[in-house]
Design a protein around this ligand. Structure first.
Ligand SMILES: Nc1nc2c(c(=O)[nH]1)N[C@H]1C(S)=C(S)[C@@H](COP(=O)(O)O)O[C@H]1N2
Ligand SMILES: [Mo]
Length: 334
């Protein structure tokens, strides 16, 4: 069979090399066809495993972090495997497909990095890459993540409470909201350059919280998961995690946090205000205009058929945040 690719019986090193390249390309195409044929989740996860054998050293560039575990704020539900947390992602700057971020963010440069906290504060703060990892003691928090698309994961994040950072900046009395912004680098982020890759949303990606939401102890700035620094596809070197809100509030690769007195614009609200509100609290009783939010697909071990469908809980099960919204009509402020 291999004879087809070897023009003569004289074996030259170059020909043998070419044959092995050809073979691995065929394998690559086969695996890609497999992705297409079997659907997004199980296919992409398995294809990713195949790619990782070759690319792990370049790709994952994660390093172990020191941390303590927080019993108080963690769930003991079955955790989503590392392979799935890091291969099934939403990060539109790198493409709208679930496996695009892991593939296209491979070489994303996270060091050096600058995170600025400014706006209505008495003490603007600028953190570099090492400050981001070392300024505050890191805790492991095992949180549920509920995407507005009705799938969910359980992820052991490493990070620190956002209130640490806000207190350091010393907010002025007039500050009522916190605005967040993702890095805006069209050179590194193909979705920003090309609307067909980036889904045509406006960049940079922006998000916001009310100041009291930002100060809540559940609100985390995450710098890692599963004991190591974040892979780029999960928002390295630092991203927000707000576990009682839909995943899109948990903005990735943050460069700027600005205290303000006005409700800040948010990416998905700007795109479709009737579908995505500013608050975006997980709520099984308020359907998305195009699908129900009453249940979710919990991503754990195994392929598509081993995923379980579970009931979605109000505030994603974090009912301790309910007092933040007392007196508010959550069907109006969705
Ligand atoms: N900058 C930026 N942040 C983002 C997104 C994005 O496209 N760009 N997607 C959001 C959505 S919809 C979800 S569900 C979570 C997914 O986080 P994960 O890939 O780490 O699970 O990231 C959120 N943060
Ligand atoms: Mo999401």
């Amino acid at each position: 069979m291999t004879k087809r690719f070897i023009p003569s019986q004289t074996f030259k090193a170059s020909e043998i090399t070419e044959e092995s390249v050809f073979k691995s390309r065929r394998q690559l195409l086969k695996s890609m066809g497999y992705v297409g044929a079997t659907g997004l989740l199980s296919g992409s996860v398995q294809a990713r495993g195949w790619f990782d054998e070759d690319d792990d050293k370049v790709v994952t560039r994660t390093k172990p972090l020191a941390f303590t575990q927080s019993q108080k704020w963690s769930t003991d539900e079955t955790q989503t495997p590392y392979a799935k947390v890091t291969s099934y992602n939403n990060f539109y700057e790198f493409g709208t497909g679930k496996d695009d971020p892991a593939e296209r963010a491979k070489h994303f440069k996270v060091d050096p990095w600058t995170l600025t906290i400014d706006g209505m504060v008495n003490n603007p703060v600028t953190l570099g890459y090492d400050d981001i990892l070392n300024k505050f003691p890191l805790e492991e928090r095992v949180y549920r993540l509920r995407c507005v698309e009705a799938w969910s994961m359980v992820i052991p994040w490493l990070g620190f409470e956002l209130n640490n950072l806000i207190k350091l900046a010393d907010p002025q009395g007039s500050a009522k909201y916190v605005a967040f912004q993702t890095l805006d680098d069209p050179k590194q982020m193909p979705g920003i350059r090309n609307p067909f890759i980036g889904g045509g949303i406006d960049y940079p990606y922006v998000e916001g919280l009310r100041l009291d939401e930002a100060l809540h102890p559940l609100t985390l700035m995450s710098v890692g998961l599963y004991g190591k620094t974040l892979p780029p596809q999960n928002g390295a070197p630092i991203r927000l995690v707000v576990p009682w809100k839909y995943g899109f509030k948990s903005i990735k690769s943050v460069v700027r946090i600005t205290l303000t007195d006005k409700e800040p614009p948010t990416t998905w609200n700007r795109l479709a205000a009737n579908e995505y509100g500013f608050y975006a609290n997980v709520n099984p009783d308020v359907a998305h205009p195009r699908w129900s939010q009453a249940s979710e697909r919990r991503i754990t071990k195994g392929g598509l058929f081993s995923q379980t469908r579970i009931a979605t809980e109000k505030f994603n099960g974090y009912e301790e945040v309910a007092p933040l919204y007392s007196g508010m009509d959550l069907t109006k402020y969705y």
